[in-house]
Each structure stands twice: as structure tokens, then as C-alpha cells.
Design a protein around this ligand. Structure first.
Ligand SMILES: Cc1cc2nc3c(=O)[nH]c(=O)nc-3n(C[C@H](O)[C@H](O)[C@H](O)COP(=O)(O)O)c2cc1C
Length: 345
């Protein structure tokens, strides 16, 4: 059965973002962008929604979803009786294709044509055979895409970069395959990392980002807001602000002591910590730089550091700072002269 595609708008009008025209050839480009082609081609799985006769939705996965041409998607009916019956009655269709690692994808709305014989059917079946689909194909469904929109996880709203999102979900899926579990975790025992996967660990990462931003702008309130009331902060004993600080009062002393040491040695524009925030479930690990420059500009310091934060309910309960070279820092501070004030642990 042939169902006419919605020709109400040209592909130019229908492309959701960034309609373009190839000026040299004077013809509109298709609705499916290169990135849409990439995501559909990589994922090889789309969720296809159709409308049942009683108006309720019908949703089912299709591993054969592919880009057919600039404006059309295709899938093979191997075992999809309801989807196909619905489309024969009502050609309205929506397909979601999402990269579960990057937590991004696309939603495609359109009108479908079911081909269970004829030239187009045969051409598409040959294409599937060439691409390795061995299952018997009852019909092929071509979807004229009338609207294509990006889908983006709210994880990105919290400021996560794509690299961070990928890292979290790669680990999650590797975990489901039995990879990447902690060495000391007994089989079948849920680790803290597993328990915190998802929204909670996103919240942890966002809290640590806010902490680093607060440190960079010397915002004491912002720093303290990241701390749980029973926080414990540990710095190398050999540093002027070294030792163990407990509770919010300790956190405040630590902040003042750190500030007193470094503020005279960091121009406001040179306070960047270059924080790289790594999600580790119950923990958040940050790779950052300890920088300083003597006021006369003759000596400078730029060393890597790592901080490990243990989180509870989105707040830090333990902060452990690891400097790569505390001796170099101590020497730099000695050369720079005494700080204005020091705190005590
Ligand atoms: C990962 C996955 C991929 C699938 N791919 C297809 C496919 O490409 N074509 C198909 O007809 N059925 C496919 N199926 C099977 C259908 O989704 C399944 O038979 C479903 O019940 C059909 O429901 P429907 O009749 O409402 O379409 C797939 C199932 C899964 C889990």
C-alpha cells in the first residue's frame, strides 16, 4: 500500500535547524544532515512510534532503521505486525534514534509508506541483504521525514561536557558487561559507584564544578556551600596550609589559609585552575593546576594536582588534595617571601 508523503513543505522548509542551499547547484539540500546520518548509521537502532486505531501510541524498536536518502529513513518489517498495520491505516510516524553513550540523538517525524512488493521493495531488500540483514523481510517502510529535531539529555544542562557524559555512560555500559568494576567489589555486590550512577553522580559533578568556580573567584560562601557540615579536608602536612581541617569552621580556616598563601601570588586573571572533573560515582576526582607567580614576575609555578572528593547528598564529606611536588611548592613559597597570614590545622 502506498501512503502519500506530506509534500506541504519543501525539504528546505522542513529542516529544523540551519536550512541551507547549495548555491552552485541551485537545489535544496535534504532534511537529513550529516550528523543525523552519522548518528543513525552508528546506532543502528531506532524506536518507532505509530498510532493505534484507538488513538493510543505504539512504540517498538527497529534495528534496521537507516538513512535511505537525503529526506527518507527506512526500516525493515521483520516482526512488526502492529507497527505496519498502524501505518497502513495512518501514515503518521515518529522515530527516535539516540546515542546512549553521548546521551544525544534525533527525533524524526514524518509519514510512512509500506512497500510489501514492487520495485522499491525489491531495491530496499537487496540493499539490506548487501548490508548483512539475513532475516526474512516481509515489507520495507520508507519514512519521508517532515521534521527533524535534536534530542539532548538534561545532563548537559548541569554543565557537563560531552567527554564527561561519554565517560560516565561508557563506564556504566562496560559495568553491565562485567568490565570496570572495582577490584575489591564482590561479585553481585552493588558498589557505591553503581548506586550513584545517573542523576546523583551528575549532581556530584555539578557541585564540584561550582566549588572550583567559587575558588577561582575567591567566593568563600560558594566554597562553603559545597561542604557537608562534617566535612574533613586533608592537605599535605608540608604545605603552609597543610593538615586536616574538620567541619565548616575548619573548611573556612582552610579557605582563608589557602587564600592567604596564594592570593598575593596569583593575579586575578591568572587564577584558572584548569579543572578537569572526572565522575567516579560516590567520588569525584579533579585534575587541576596549582599556579603562582612572584609579584616581581621573576619566578612562576605551574604544577599538576589531583583532588579526590567523597560525596554525600551532593555535598563534599571528604576532600583530599594531592600535589605532584610539595617540595617545589614549598621552595617557590619560600622564594616568594612569607604570606600575609597562615591558618592552622
Ligand atoms: C533491538 C531490537 C531490534 C529490533 N529490530 C527490528 C527490526 O528492525 N524490524 C522488525 O520488524 N522488528 C524488530 N525488532 C522486533 C520488534 O521490535 C518486536 O517484534 C516488536 O514486538 C514489534 O512490535 P510492533 O508489532 O508493535 O511493531 C527488534 C527488536 C529489538 C529488541
Amino acid at each position: 500500500m502506498e501512503v502519500a508523503a506530506d509534500r506541504g513543505a519543501s525539504p528546505l522548509d522542513r529542516r529544523d535547524e540551519g536550512a541551507m542551499r547549495d548555491d552552485r547547484e541551485e537545489k535544496p539540500v535534504g532534511i537529513l544532515t550529516d550528523d543525523m546520518r552519522r548518528v543513525v548509521g552508528e546506532q543502528k537502532l531506532g524506536y518507532v512510534a505509530t498510532v493505534c486505531p484507538d488513538g493510543t501510541p505504539n512504540l517498538s524498536p527497529k534495528g534496521t532503521v537507516a538513512v535511505w536518502d537525503d529526506d527518507r529513513l527506512v526500516f525493515a518489517d521483520i516482526a512488526s505486525p502492529r507497527t505496519v498495520a498502524n501505518l497502513r491505516r495512518n501514515s503518521a510516524v515518529e522515530v527516535n534514534v539516540v546515542d546512549p553513550i553521548a546521551r544525544r540523538g534525533y527525533r524524526f517525524k514524518g509519514t510512512a509508506t509500506v512497500h510489501d512488493g514492487g520495485e522499491i521493495h525489491d531495491e530496499v531488500v537487496v540493499w539490506y541483504r548487501r548490508n548483512g540483514t539475513a532475516s526474512p523481510i516481509r515489507a520495507v517502510v520508507l519514512i519521508e521525514v517532515t521534521r527533524a529535531q535534536p534530542l539532548v539529555s538534561p545532563a548537559y544542562d548541569l554543565g557537563a561536557t560531552e567527554a564527561e557524559v561519554r565517560q560516565r555512560w561508557e563506564r556504566h555500559y562496560l559495568g553491565t558487561l562485567g568490565w570496570g568494576r572495582r577490584g575489591n567489589c564482590k561479585t553481585g555486590t552493588e558498589s557505591a559507584m553503581d548506586r550513584q550512577e545517573g542523576p546523583m553522580s551528575e549532581e556530584n559533578v555539578a557541585a564540584i564544578r561550582r566549588l572550583f568556580e567559587a575558588v577561582e573567584r575567591r567566593d568563600l560562601e560558594g566554597v562553603l556551600a559545597a561542604y557537608a557540615p562534617d566535612i574533613v579536608i586533608r592537605e599535605a602536612e608540608t604545605l603552609p596550609y597543610g593538615g586536616t581541617y574538620r567541619g565548616l569552621e575548619g573548611g573556612e580556616r582552610h579557605a582563608y589559609s589557602y587564600e592567604a598563601t596564594w592570593a598575593p601570588l596569583q593575579e586575578p586573571g591568572a587564577r584558572s585552575l584548569d579543572a578537569e572533573v572526572l565522575d567516579a560515582g560516590e567520588h569525584v576526582v579533579v585534575l587541576w593546576r596549582q599556579r603562582g607567580q612572584t609579584p616581581d614576575g621573576t619566578r612562576s609555578l605551574d604544577l599538576p594536582a589531583v583532588s579526590v572528593y567523597r560525596m554525600r547528598d551532593g555535598r563534599i564529606v571528604e576532600a583530599r588534595m594531592f600535589q605532584q611536588d610539595t617540595a617545589a611548592i614549598a621552595q617557590f613559597l619560600a622564594d616568594a617571601g612569607p604570606p600575609e597570614a597562615t591558618g592552622e590545622a
